[in-house]
Design a protein around this ligand. Sequence first.
Ligand SMILES: [Zn+2]
Length: 91
Amino acid sequence: MSLPEHCPSCGSCGFPMREPADFAGGQPGAAYCSTCGDEAGRLRPYDEVLQANADYLVRQQGLDPAAAREMARALLAAMPAWQAGAPGRGA
Ligand SMILES: [Zn+2]
């Protein structure tokens, strides 16, 4: 099994998706990672994605929860899925 030279990254958080399990719903080709997308590959609501990414930073980098939430907010703000007018943004 060979990996593509550059792997796709999540349109919501930028996480590189290498394994099928990294993709939403476990489906390679999904636009979002398993943290940001649901079982059907659809983007989760902003608050859920924000919280999930903050939790990930707490686990992976040992950040304080409040600091992790701020970092996650800044991260998501730069991603295409969360630009003003993007479908995932919601009301
Ligand atoms: Zn993601």
